[in-house]
Write a protein that binds this ligand. Structure first.
Ligand SMILES: O=c1ccn([C@@H]2O[C@H](COP(=O)(O)OP(=O)(O)O[C@H]3O[C@H](CO)[C@@H](O)[C@H](O)[C@H]3O)[C@@H](O)[C@H]2O)c(=O)[nH]1
Ligand SMILES: [Mn+2]
Length: 739
């Protein structure tokens, strides 16, 4: 029976595929006409009025936008969705072990209680506990995390049986207790009510314990910041504390790992942390599958392990399957989500599109990875020396490579020499090996996830996206402007890093994977380049409007239709996608705005960071996002009010460009009214008007709002924005007619 029934099915939405392709055809045809129109300029009578310089800038911007649009179409070529049948999985005793990796880096930005909640939710996955091994990497090297884990372990002894007995769906205690009414089959039964009360009290006590641990730490003068950059490896298996209070409960094993840190030694951020867990877990439990979680992404439902195995154990899919990715979803998203923190497009459109090709990109968290897939091609190494140069000198680790470990793997805590484990977590272990280059998570960019996923694809591995009706993982979305732009700058720097490296998807992609799949990766790594056309189109047509230089066809010109059709077609497609993925018209406007704000700020700074790094002028940095809840920030976000408390570095470009657009619009309107060439200047009038309307909240924040989140018109901001606007306008204005 099990042999005949599939564990999973994939579905193609034929009408979506058809409309997508039809849209591509129409839009592409229009783009060809646009290029023809622009090129015709060069063969025109040299006496024509329009100067070359602005024309060329606008044309180049249009070319870049068209190029990015073409890359974007690969995602829309063949989107699919999937269903799984976990009931058809083998019996529990035949299921493979799973290792869970959780990364945390900084207890001040990543509240310990939240990390423990993630940990507890992972321990409580619906999976045989003896087959689950949870490893926590603490880059903060903080005793607070270690001690909190010991408390979490004690609480888990109550929490896990409670979840199992009452078949609790949400097994993250914090999320469970934050919902006042718990809907379950047992709701109302007196037994459940008393147990629920008991577990709630225990959770409160657990919270108190963590608070106490934190205070103790504070009193003992712990200097986490300095410590975290310089310490020897700390590895501890959290042991069973024998207690007569309750019957022996089977719990997944729990291991604390804080790798060695030296200030002089590059530690490669999250990728480095994951690689240490990779090695430690290989010699301890060596499960064939690994679930990777960020510390802020808890398991919202316990079913993900079995769902993922529906792909990993499917003999048709599994030989080339590297990982099953669940979409990132967030628990703190408001109705209108004014920052597009949920990244709707990525997780509801793009990933589905890649899933229909070779598979979604690795997204950092919420994925079940096949351990073997990140070992590179160690199998073709013949001699011991070759293997040692590949994966390092640990004999135990090398043994683990060959161990055909699918069932009853070694249990944590077996008699492994401690030296060996510490060696695997030391700074020197990777020196002279292929870790980070061919083995494990790859180094060289702060977007280790995209890079690693891309190389897996290059090496012939596939991936699968599974987006179940009930979100299996929920993270902490960045719901403030500063966080969003800082995170964006990091991502775009990391993505462009990959684009500028020898792994550029456009060059090494098509040789090693399908063309469409490499276009998808190219789109991701070229995404930061949006800053170029957006900066240009926010300035040049506007200045030309004031100066009376036409850059677009007249309303009466047949080509006007092309320039009308292209934005209309792009906006309509975007709007339809927003509406069909559960969004509203308002969400569409918000996404347009965030795209503009992001492009002129974080994309730009990301590109600059990547370039500076390329020329060795700057080192990569990975500032973890702040996960501490800020009530004021949350209040503003929930009220759909932007929180503009961010650095001037981000505010100045936004404000300067708005100043340029508003003044050019007014000046241009005045000129058009007096000269009467409105049909010639129609598009150039429309553009600043659109930019102003979409970005109205910035104007509101600057001149109307009085609350804390407004743009505080400090002298520095006002002066710098005006100076920047003046420099841009005067320099470009003088160049407009010269060339
Ligand atoms: O030196 C470091 C830095 C970060 N982290 C951990 O990495 C995770 C992700 O960091 P976060 O600050 O939450 O960054 P985000 O921008 O939210 O992360 C997204 O982007 C990252 C790539 O930039 C991916 O690694 C993540 O999975 C993805 O969720 C967290 O658990 C951190 O504790 C480390 O372990 N060591
Ligand atoms: Mn995060």
């Amino acid at each position: 029976m099990e042999d005949t029934l599939p564990l999973s099915l994939s579905h193609v939405n034929k009408s979506l595929v058809f409309t997508n392709r039809l849209h591509m055809l129409l839009h592409f045809t229009a783009l060809c006409f646009l290029v023809y129109y622009r090129l015709r300029f060069f063969f025109q009578d040299p006496q024509t009025q329009t100067p070359l310089f602005p024309w060329l800038l606008v044309f180049v911007s249009e070319i870049i936008l068209s190029f990015l649009w073409i890359l974007d179409q690969a995602f829309r070529w063949h989107p699919i969705s999937r269903t799984v049948f976990p009931d058809r999985l083998p019996q529990d005793d035949k299921l493979p072990p799973i290792d869970v990796f959780i990364c945390t880096a900084d207890p001040t930005k990543e509240p310990t209680l939240d990390v423990m909640n993630t940990l507890l939710s992972a321990m409580a996955l619906d999976y045989p506990p003896e087959k689950l091994h949870v490893y926590v990497s603490d880059d903060g090297g903080s005793p607070l995390t270690l001690n909190a884990m010991k408390e979490a372990w004690k609480f888990a002894r109550w929490w896990l049986p409670f979840c199992n007995r009452y078949r609790i769906e949400c097994r993250c205690p914090k999320a469970y207790f934050s919902v006042s009414e718990n809907d379950g089959d047992f709701d109302g039964s007196t037994e459940f009510l008393s147990d629920n009360k008991m577990i709630k009290e225990r959770y409160e006590a657990f919270k108190g314990d963590i608070k106490r641990v934190k205070e103790d730490q504070g009193n003992s003068g712990d200097t986490t910041g300095i410590m975290s950059q310089n310490h020897s490896p700390i590895i501890e298996v959290i042991h069973e504390i024998s207690s007569s209070e309750m019957e022996q409960v089977k719990l997944p094993s729990l291991v604390y790992v804080s790798r060695e840190k030296k200030p002089s030694h590059p530690h490669h951020f999250k990728a480095g942390a994951l690689n240490v867990l990779y090695r430690i877990s290989a010699v301890m439990s060596n499960a064939p599958y690994i679930l990777v979680l960020d510390c802020d992404m808890f398991c919202n439902a316990p079913a993900s392990a079995r769902q993922a195995l529906c792909f990993h154990l499917d003999s048709k899919i599994s030989p080339s399957l590297a990982f099953v990715q669940f979409p990132q979803k967030y628990h703190n998203i408001s109705k209108n989500d004014i920052y597009d923190s949920e990244h709707r497009s990525a997780y509801k459109v793009l990933w589905q599109g890649m899933d229909g090709l070779t598979g979604p990109v690795l997204s950092g968290t919420g994925f079940y990875l096949k351990r073997e897939s990140l070992y590179g091609n160690y199998k073709i190494k013949d001699t011991d020396l070759e293997i040692q140069q590949y994966v390092g000198t640990s004999n135990e680790f090398i043994k683990s490579l060959n161990q055909n470990c699918t069932l009853y793997s070694a249990t944590v805590g077996h008699t492994l020499p401690r030296e060996e484990i510490l060696h695997l977590a030391s700074c020197n272990y990777e020196i002279g090996t292929k870790w980070g280059k061919e083995v494990g998570f790859l180094y060289g960019t702060v977007c280790e996830d995209v890079h690693t996923g891309f190389m897996l694809n290059c090496n012939g591995w596939n991936s699968v996206l599974y987006d179940p009706p009930q979100p299996q993982f929920l993270g902490n979305g960045t719901t403030n402007l500063n966080g969003l732009l800082v995170q964006g700058t990091r991502w775009y720097a990391g993505l462009l890093d990959i684009g500028l490296s020898r792994f550029c998807p456009l060059i090494c992609g098509p040789l090693r994977m399908s063309l469409l799949q490499s276009l998808c990766y190219a789109q991701l790594t070229c995404f930061p380049l949006y800053c170029l056309p957006l900066w240009c189109l926010a300035i040049i047509p506007q200045l030309c409007l004031v100066d009376g230089i036409p850059l677009y066809p007249k309303v009466s010109d047949p080509f006007f239709f092309i320039f009308l059709f292209i934005p209309l077609s792009a906006f309509t497609k975007h709007l339809v996608e927003v509406l069909s993925t559960g969004g509203t018209f308002r969400k569409f406007i918000i996404e347009q705005r965030i795209w503009m704000i992001g492009s002129i700020t974080s994309h730009l700074f990301g590109c600059l960071d990547a370039l500076l790094k390329k020329f060795g002028l700057k080192e990569a940095s990975f500032l973890p996002t702040n996960k501490v809840e800020d009530d004021e920030q949350t209040r503003l976000y929930q009220m759909d009010k932007y929180d503009f408390r961010t650095s001037n570095m981000f505010l100045v470009p936004m404000v300067s460009l708005l100043i340029i657009n508003i003044s050019c619009f007014i000046g241009g309107m005045y000129r058009v009214l007096s000269v009467g060439d409105w049909d010639q200047m129609f598009i150039q009038l429309f553009l600043p008007a659109y930019i102003i309307v979409i970005n109205y909240p910035i104007i509101e924040g600057l001149v109307i709002r009085k609350d804390v989140g407004r743009i505080y018109p400090s002298a520095a901001l006002v002066v710098t924005s005006n100076i920047l606007a003046t420099i841009i306008t005067s320099t470009l204005y003088s160049l407009l007619r010269k060339v």
